[in-house]
Design a protein around this ligand. Structure first.
Ligand code: ZN
Ligand code: ZN
Length: 380
């Protein structure tokens, strides 16, 4: 029996607008010309993917004013060549059996680099010491923070299209599976069905481990699906997403199974109003902290401030959690091309939890909601 005949193949890159890879290096070089280092060593694999298209698990990249040098090992000889060539960037590929850092350091010296920036968030202390005492004794080493991440904040049309497609798969999967909540599945059973449906609809993978938190389990924002059976009177928090060509979606809906009583209905009303206030606030020029404040105010005014246990949202892209953060302490200002979530929630041990989350693309005129599944909590 050929079960796979009914499956949609995973969506592939050529179904989307192209991503502007050459432009990314261009923007990076512009930033570099204003920095105090003239070579950047990229070790964060997500940043490498962003700049070169390489999706493997081992590689290191040198960016100078004149060239890009990518070093990996033999396992990735063919994949690196194919993926990097497909982006249209100019990049020299070196395949080495050992010591990629040493190879990159040599390339930097040959290129006349006098100071290299290392990514402070991913370079280990041991590696940094080696760069300083052994690999690059002829020049300066500088710690850099969030340089490529800064570029990644603004999504190009190709990136936005991939995130939108991932969101659409999550919408459709939930639409199809949601009625199953009334059949008394366990959290694990429901989560598995949702995950399988996303794969069947073309997701390359899950965005992250799906959260299905029913009844009292809902009071834990990051509960893992358990063998608890979903029953009448439960609130069920479902937080999940699909992955398309490296790009994530992120959505939460809370469903009321049958009559959940006045207190839980109030929680739903408050979080729905809070989430709407957040979505309404998202536009270019607004401080991310103000979006957080807009959501928080509704929950605080309802007397549930203590039950809102986390920040309002985060950026979404090649990482499921990336900049800009949408929190009380965020210093970010939203700009067109940012993709952020708005996901307030309240969690009460005796009643359960409610969280509603959308992924939003900031546009010139406001924002475009990418997660479109209905927010009406009623199951039927
Ligand atoms: Zn989520
Ligand atoms: Zn989220």
């Amino acid at each position: 029996m050929a079960v796979t005949e009914n499956l949609t193949p995973s969506l592939s890159a050529d179904q989307f607008p192209p991503m502007e890879f050459p432009r990314r290096t261009e923007r990076l070089r512009k930033m570099m010309s204003e920095a105090s280092w003239d070579g950047l060593v990229v070790t964060n694999l997500t940043n490498i993917r962003y700049l070169t298209g390489f999706t493997g698990s081992a590689g290191i990249l040198l960016v100078t004013a004149e060239e890009l040098v990518f070093v990996s090992d033999g396992r990735y000889r063919d994949q690196a060549a194919a993926e990097i060539q497909a982006t249209g960037i100019e990049c020299r590929i070196e395949i080495v059996a050992a010591d990629p850092d040493g190879c990159i350091a040599e390339a930097a010296k040959l290129a006349g680099v006098t100071s290299v920036g290392l990514e402070a968030q991913t370079v280990t202390w041991a590696a940094q010491r080696r760069w300083q005492s052994e690999l690059f004794t002829t020049g300066e080493i500088a710690a850099t923070n969030g340089v490529v991440e800064e570029l990644r904040l603004i999504k190009d049309a190709g990136e936005a299209a991939r995130i939108r497609a991932a969101c659409a798969i999550a919408d459709e999967a939930l639409l199809q599976i949601r009625p199953r909540l009334g059949d008394g599945p366990t959290e694990i059973e429901f989560g598995l069905e949702l995950d399988s449906r996303m794969r069947e609809l073309g997701a390359a993978d899950l965005s992250f481990e799906t959260i299905v938190a029913s009844g009292p389990n809902g009071a834990k924002p990051h509960h893992r699906p358990s063998s608890r059976r979903i029953v009448e009177g439960d609130l069920v928090v479902i937080d999940f997403g699909a992955l398309i060509d490296g790009y994530h979606s992120d959505m939460t809906r809370t469903v009321a199974v049958g009559d959940v009583g006045d207190e839980r209905r109030n929680m739903l009303d408050v979080v729905l109003a809070s989430q709407q206030a957040g979505v309404d606030a998202v536009r270019p020029g607004i401080a991310a902290a103000e979006v957080d404040a807009a959501c928080r105010k509704v929950i605080v005014d309802a007397g549930l401030g203590e039950a809102f246990l986390h920040s309002t949202g985060h950026g979404v892209g090649l990482d499921i959690h990336e900049e800009p953060r949408v929190s009380t302490r965020s210093t970010a200002t939203l700009r067109p091309g940012h993709v952020v979530t708005v996901e307030p929630g309240v969690y009460l041990p005796e009643l359960g939890g409610v969280r509603i989350e959308d992924t939003l693309l900031v546009t010139e005129g406001g924002c475009d909601r990418l997660t479109l599944a209905p927010k009406n909590p009623a199951l039927v």
